[in-house]
Design a protein around this ligand. Structure first.
Ligand code: F6R
Length: 609
């Protein structure tokens, strides 16, 4: 949420700040701004709307400077106007500041620490931070940052300019990501490595209130008390291909088509010689065999839906109760987890604030913690004792697709692994699972090809519909949930998901002549039950779209359209069934002229609660 970039160098930094903001636009895109120091004075330029609006503003003034900070915003406090856009400047004009995160006690700070008659130029929580810097500044910006941060409750990554230090960029971060990199003649800060990954080989990640002061050829680090510290750097690995749309019109369709590779890479990291291996999991075999009493899976959004699929695979395989929780609920509940609980946290970004808070709670309760994360070095990965990395590569479209598919693989692998440790499956069964898992990348590729044209046609039939419903049972319900979220988030069609048997308890009254109902029907034991639900909505005029596999296609009744995916084991079916649902959302959004990669009001990393 919100993107920060800062640079100090020996050339004009403005073009690079703008490029950096463009690569961060996926984090928030409702307003943006930059601040630079020119002839010893801070200059600030802001615009509401996309970064192209800021470029128009800059065109008028053409500022040049060797130091600057920039911000692209996802509004939390205050609407997305120019006044609320960052950077914010202190009343005396000495400090400019950009912020990612939330200052929870902003109102309290205004009442207790700042003059009562103080006027504020924005409705943001952020502005108090720059007022605090002014209050505590006595010629030493690091000391002022330490004092200001001590008063702030919440999460923050700040990039800061101080007029008295026209060659130095300051930054501090706590519970919001911020990296610093040093190139040869220039240094950078950014809220996400993607904005600066090609600038250097090494990256420093600021955590727990650490502060840095950056000149073009030197970076100094300080702890949250302002004491200078040595900090070690991580190596940056660049996959330039992921940053480019290539032949595709949107990142989303590119990432949908990259799923065979994302899944293949994830499988290769988790299997060896016909067995599941979990290289970064050190939980003892004894825990899985004798001690484990419950598995809880905690996540948000699509990652929560992966958890729902996971439950339907893990519980029957491992014979251990498995419950799935929404992270923003779990973190405020009084969960009955203890040292016999395996708590699994799923997150593509590894930054989601609610998931991170839930993880900390589970740790406090003594649970064994394991995370499924796509971004290495992210906060959730760092704070987990055990990690399964999904190998989806960088995901840029806000709506997740390839990371979701990679997460499914991680959960299948976890289920098979635990089932084997507990003696619930034999070595031969494990080998059979692994063999079929290894066939999945090809089946995903074949399914994408098989369904693509049919789905495109279908999108033309439904794209003007005001509502759409998704139904399914058990793991098909989980897949339907993901399909429905994908549809609403990028097409803005009112899309709802129901467990198929639940429809007649109220929802069926919403079905009208021609209402599209996407029914996922792939589970043999309950197939006829889902068919009955399809018949019920069909009888009330719904346009029923069945999504099933080759094995069951011939038995489908009461469907206006049938979309068919390849066959696989029942445990892995969700990996194929979700594909036409992703494509249906994509093609529908395209026909509706939506901003597919950056849907309105959303952001890729949700670092606020
Ligand atoms: C939907 C989507 C979101 C994320 C959710 C969790 O397409 O991408 O629902 O799944 O915000 O994000 P992560 O996985 O980064 O924790």
């Amino acid at each position: 949420m919100c993107g920060i970039i800062g640079k100090t160098g020996i050339n004009n930094v403005v073009p690079e700040l703008i490029n950096g903001l463009k690569s961060l636009e996926y984090r928030g895109y409702d307003s943006s701004g930059i601040a630079v120091i020119n002839n010893g004075k801070i200059g600030r330029f802001r615009a509401s709307g996309k970064i192209s609006e800021l470029e128009k503003e800059l065109e008028k003034y053409r500022p040049e400077s060797e130091i600057g900070i920039g911000h692209t915003r996802w509004a939390t406090h205050g609407s997305p106007t120019k006044e609320n856009a960052h950077p914010h400047v202190s009343p005396n004009g000495k400090f400019a500041l950009v912020h990612n995160g939330i200052i929870e006690n902003a109102e309290e700070i205004k009442k207790t620490l700042l003059p009562p008659d103080r006027e504020y130029s924005s409705k943001t929580d952020t502005e108090v931070a720059v007022h605090l810097l002014e209050k505590y500044y006595d010629g030493d910006p690091v000391k002022a940052i330490v004092s200001a941060c001590k008063e702030i409750k919440g999460s923050y990554a700040f990039g800061i300019l101080c007029e008295d230090f026209p060659n130095t960029l300051f930054a501090v971060a706590s519970a919001s990501p911020l990296v610093a990199v040093k190139g040869e003649k220039e240094s950078y800060i950014a809220s996400d490595l993607c904005a600066v990954r090609e600038k250097a080989d090494l990256v420093y990640r600021l955590t727990e209130g650490e502060i840095c002061s950056i000149e073009h050829n030197e970076i100094k680090f300080f702890d949250s008390e302002g004491k200078e510290i040595e900090k070690s750097a991580d190596k940056i690995s660049v996959d330039a291909q992921d940053l480019d749309k290539g032949e595709y019109e949107h990142f989303m369709i590119k990432e949908i088509m990259q799923q065979p590779q994302a899944v293949r890479n994830t499988i290769e990291s988790l299997v060896s010689k016909g067995k599941i291996i979990l290289p970064e999991v050190s939980i003892t075999k004894g825990f899985f065999k004798n001690e484990i009493s419950e598995i809880v899976i905690v996540a948000c959004g699509s990652a929560y839906h992966t958890g729902l699929v996971g439950k339907n695979v893990i519980e029957p395989l491992c014979k251990v109760p498995c419950n799935v929780h929404i992270a923003s609920e779990f973190r405020y509940s009084e969960p009955l987890v203890n040292e016999n609980t395996l708590a699994v946290f799923i997150s593509q970004s590894g930054e989601t604030a609610d998931t991170l808070a839930a993880l900390r709670l589970a740790k406090k309760c003594g649970a064994q913690v394991l995370s499924v994360v796509n971004v290495e070095g992210s906060a959730i990965a760092e704070e987990s004792d055990n990690v399964i990395y999904t190998k989806a590569g960088r995901e840029i479209a806000v709506a997740t697709t390839k990371a979701y598919s990679a997460q499914l693989i991680a959960l299948y692998a976890l289920g098979i692994f635990i089932a084997k440790q507990r003696g619930k499956i034999t070595s031969e069964q494990e080998r059979n699972f692994v063999e079929e898992m290894k066939r999945l990348p090809q089946k995903i590729g074949e399914t994408l090809e098989l369904v693509n044209e049919d789905v495109k046609k279908l999108a033309k039939e439904i794209f003007q519909s005001p509502d759409i419903f998704y139904i399914g049972r058990l793991s098909d319900y989980a897949t339907a949930s993901e399909g429905s979220l994908k549809m609403k988030e990028i097409t803005y069609i009112n899309s709802q998901v129901y467990a198929a048997g639940e429809l007649k308890h109220g929802t069926i009254s919403l079905i009208n002549e021609g209402t599209p109902v996407v029914a996922i029907a792939s589970q043999c034991g309950i197939f006829s039950k889902t068919l009955s639900n399809m018949a019920e909505v069909s009888a009330r005029g719904a346009k029923v779209i069945a999504v099933t596999d080759e094995e069951l296609r011939g038995d489908v009744t009461d469907a206006d359209e049938i979309i068919t995916v390849k066959n696989t084991l029942k445990e892995f079916k969700s990996s194929l069934l979700v594909l036409p649902l992703q494509l249906l959302s994509y093609y529908t959004a395209k026909l509706r002229g939506c901003n597919i990669d950056k849907p309105k009001n959303l952001a890729k990393s949700v670092t606020v609660e």
